[in-house]
Design a binder for this molecule. Structure first.
Ligand SMILES: Cc1cc2nc3c(=O)[nH]c(=O)nc-3n(C[C@H](O)[C@H](O)[C@H](O)COP(=O)(O)OP(=O)(O)OC[C@H]3O[C@@H](n4cnc5c(N)ncnc54)[C@H](O)[C@@H]3O)c2cc1C
Length: 435
């Protein structure tokens, strides 16, 4: 059906999950009002760019998603609805998590010692839990009981004792403060809780302790007792669905986004020609990490958005995920069914001859301050005292932000969809899978 409304031009920067979902939504406006161009600094779409296909021991090809991009019922409702709408198949994933501590890893001349204290199976699918080698029945039983009590305690607290919200000049409570307030034992926090949550957030323990407690407690409460899933055959299937017919400028890194009159000017550098080009659009949607936003969008250059860290990446039968910690971080090692081993944030050196593929990601961290600023940008009505009326807010000047960090919650895939749906609502676009 021909559109009777004037068409508007939209530029989307970034082709991760957030950029691709937003592009799909805007292009599929039922009133066909938008012409969409996408800009990606890489040579390919980025959602699936780090994944690889490997042959398993029987010679069959298997797709290994990097990062894994697992999701769970309860927390990822929008993501699940979108996958269902596109007919993306996903399967329940069972995991086995051996928790280990590495000692002597920095002492010259001494070989590192790894001690496994407990082996947890997701949703207790393995009952009784597996007993680590070297653990006696008695020590194993004591450890299991202790963990059970600590876990019950934190789950009950997450329902009964809510983390403190920001109040006036006092920022929202950090996980460090919350854990102390509910008397969560240090041993449990250090050896079990931080390692398992590090697997979700890919960051050092200290950074995780500084997360807003509400993020962690909310994630735990929503995923408690729910199954985890991964896309069968890999997220390339999601990428294919979302990007069909998309007009993408590859090797084109956005370097500036600014308002010029009633339009938005996007300036980008083409890595192949070396040329810098500019074009005016009616809307520009940035689907990039906050460090990139700060670099290309002057109004947020000095905003305390969120930190980014770089980290190395890390069906039916359970897959082992080894959580091996030292005093400051946890290495996440995934024995993939294909027989490859995926290690994220390695503590011990890896023999270079065994490395098939290395990839770097930026992981966005949260703090009470970045949470406050993010809420002010995206949800000024609920952000409490918001003194600076000159602060740029999402949508001002027809410039928008989407991404896993663009909502009030853990920086995960669900944030990509929630933020894309917010733009859809503002532009009055109906989304077929939205409630
Ligand atoms: C190791 C690891 C494991 C994870 N596991 C999970 C998990 O199991 N479940 C889960 O829900 N989440 C997981 N996450 C988080 C999740 O994958 C990310 O938060 C999410 O993919 C981010 O999507 P995004 O679209 O917001 O941003 P990104 O995927 O970062 O996309 C940004 C895009 O912008 C492009 N870009 C950057 N700068 C420019 C520029 N100047 N011009 C043009 N393009 C530019 C980039 O190339 C990229 O395409 C994991 C993350 C990591 C690192």
């Amino acid at each position: 059906m021909a559109s009777v409304e004037p068409r508007q031009s939209v530029a989307i920067v970034g082709t991760g999950m957030a950029g691709l979902i937003t592009a799909w939504i805007v292009r599929n406006d039922s009133r066909a009002r938008f012409d969409v161009e996408v800009f990606e600094k890489q040579k390919t779409l980025s959602l699936d760019s780090a994944s690889l296909t490997v042959s398993n021991l029987s010679g069959d090809k298997q797709r290994v998603d990097l990062p894994m991009r697992a999701f769970a019922s309860g927390f990822y409702d929008n993501l699940k609805r979108m996958y269902d709408y596109f007919g993306i198949e996903y399967g329940k994933q069972k995991f086995i998590f051996p928790f280990s501590i590495v000692e002597n890893e920095t002492e010259p001349g001494r070989s590192p010692k790894i001690h496994t204290s407990f082996i947890h199976s997701s949703h207790t699918h393995q009952f009784p839990p597996l007993r680590p080698q070297g653990s006696t029945w008695l020590t194993w039983l004591i450890e299991a009981l202790y963990l059970g009590i600590c876990y019950l305690w934190i789950v009950s607290c997450s329902i009964i004792i809510k983390p403190k919200e920001a109040n006036g000049s006092r920022p929202s409570e950090t996980f460090r403060q919350y854990a102390a307030r509910i008397h969560l034992p240090q041993y449990f926090v250090k050896n079990y809780y931080l390692p398992i949550m590090s697997a979700v957030t890919t960051c050092p323990h200290n950074a995780l302790l500084d997360f807003p407690a509400i993020d962690i407690v909310d994630y735990q409460a929503k995923t408690f007792g729910n199954s985890h899933y991964t896309v069968i055959g890999g997220v390339s299937k999601v990428q294919d669905k979302l990007s069909k017919g998309l007009n993408v400028h590859y090797s084109s890194a956005a370097i500036r986004v600014e308002n010029v009159g009633a339009k938005v000017q996007l300036t980008w550098k083409n890595d192949i020609t070396g040329l810098t080009e500019s074009k005016l659009f009616d809307h520009v949607i940035m689907a990039v990490t906050p460090d990139v936003v700060r670099a290309i969008f002057p109004p947020l250059r000095s905003a305390s958005l969120v930190g980014g860290i770089r980290s190395e990446p890390g069906l039916p039968s359970p897959e082992r995920i080894h959580l091996c910690s030292n005093s400051s971080s946890t290495e996440f090692t995934h024995e993939h069914l294909s027989s490859v081993i995926i290690t994220t944030s390695p503590i011990l050196p890896i023999d270079p001859s065994k490395i098939e593929h290395t990839v770097f990601f930026t992981r966005t961290l949260r703090t009470p301050l970045s949470r406050k600023v993010t809420k002010e940008i995206f949800d000024p009505k609920t952000s409490g005292d918001f003194g600076d009326s000159k602060q740029w807010r999402n949508g001002d000047g027809n410039i928008w932000l989407v991404g896993s960090w663009c909502w009030d919650g853990m920086v995960l895939l669900e944030g990509c969809i929630a933020s894309a749906l917010r733009v859809a609502e503002e532009l009055d676009i109906e989304v077929p899978w939205a409630l």
